[in-house]
Design a protein around this ligand. Structure first.
Ligand code: ZN
Length: 309
């Protein structure tokens, strides 16, 4: 019997990470390249082909044993047709049929999806939400990514915009958001907004890692920064919890490295706003897979798409 392997690719703004997984979800090899030059589509295709060859060689498996590739990208993506609807960090890719284009260069099928959806799929199958049929996953970084696992599958919605937690309106008179909305959650808990608030509270510029470190040691100003983030996040999370009633909320991304400085006030605040019957059932946990969740989820996406084809 042919052994089935899958490649997962996580296309970030700076780096693109990839891994080769076996059919049980075990990582056989990993690779990373710079994302520079990807606005040239031919160059992107060549890079992915070279990466695939390298991953197979590193894992010492024949290239022909690779069954499919999954790719996670930051933006709304029609994952049924493999079309990027819009992408902010790489120019010229809007409404681009990426899967069809790459399949001209690669000998296996290619599936694409939003990177937050990939992260959620990985946490659902292998990480912090394993065993939960209903989960909300957030990635807190420059932007606030969100994804929903409903009845064990990714919820994408008819326009492939489901799960955009970062663009839940928080304040009616808040700042205009690049999404076209006003006062979105991302304007308050994106890492630039947190850095700005930390600068006000400390009276000087301070790195968020330092704010986390000080908060762990009980520093009052540092704790205040994360408590304010928790207040904003909790309103959005409790809203979703009350509507969908998930079993677990997974918090990932760079900002989640604040750890308990953020999670402890967040749990308290979510319980304050959640409905009585839900507040003791909901678990709020840190993501388990870290930066690997993107490529792991992309590979799992490829496997599951192929399995259900
Ligand atoms: Zn927005």
């Amino acid at each position: 019997m042919k052994k089935e392997c899958y490649i997962g690719v996580d296309v970030g703004g700076t780096f693109t990470k990839a891994a080769l997984l076996d059919h049980k979800g075990r990582v056989l090899s990993k690779a990373q390249v710079s994302s520079r030059g990807f606005s040239n589509k031919r160059y992107f295709a060549d890079t992915l082909r070279n990466m695939s060859l390298r991953l197979a060689a590193l894992a010492r498996i024949p290239f022909g044993e690779i069954s499919a590739m999954g790719i996670g990208l930051p933006g709304p993506i029609d994952s049924e047709r493999g079309v990027i609807l819009s992408l902010t960090n790489i120019r010229g890719w809007n409404h681009f049929h990426l899967a069809g284009f790459l399949e001209k260069y690669l000998p296996f099928p290619v599936y694409v999806d939003n990177d937050a959806n990939c992260m959620a799929l990985a946490e659902s199958r292998l990480g912090a939400a394993k065993g939960a049929r209903f989960a909300l996953c957030l990635t807190l970084g420059t932007g606030v990514g969100g994804a929903l696992i409903l009845d064990n599958g990714i919820y994408r919605g008819p326009f492939f915009l489901g799960g955009e937690v970062g663009h839940m309106p928080l304040y009616a008179s808040g700042p205009v958001c690049e999404c076209g909305g006003i006062g979105c959650l991302e304007r308050y808990v994106g890492n630039q907004a947190i850095a700005r608030r930390a600068r006000q509270i400390f009276g000087k510029a301070i790195a968020l890692e330092e704010v986390s470190r000080l908060a762990r040691r009980g520093h009052a100003k540092a704790k205040k920064v994360w408590q304010e983030v928790a207040v904003c996040l909790a309103l959005s999370i409790a809203g979703i919890v009350n509507v969908l009633g998930p079993q677990v909320v997974v918090i990932g991304g760079g900002v989640a490295q604040a750890g308990n400085a953020l999670l402890v006030p967040l749990r308290t605040r979510v319980r304050r706003h959640a409905m009585r019957h839900l507040k003791n059932k909901i678990r709020i946990v840190r993501a388990a897979l870290g930066n690997d969740a993107g490529f792991l989820g992309a590979a799992l996406l490829a496997k599951e798409k192929l399995d259900t084809r």
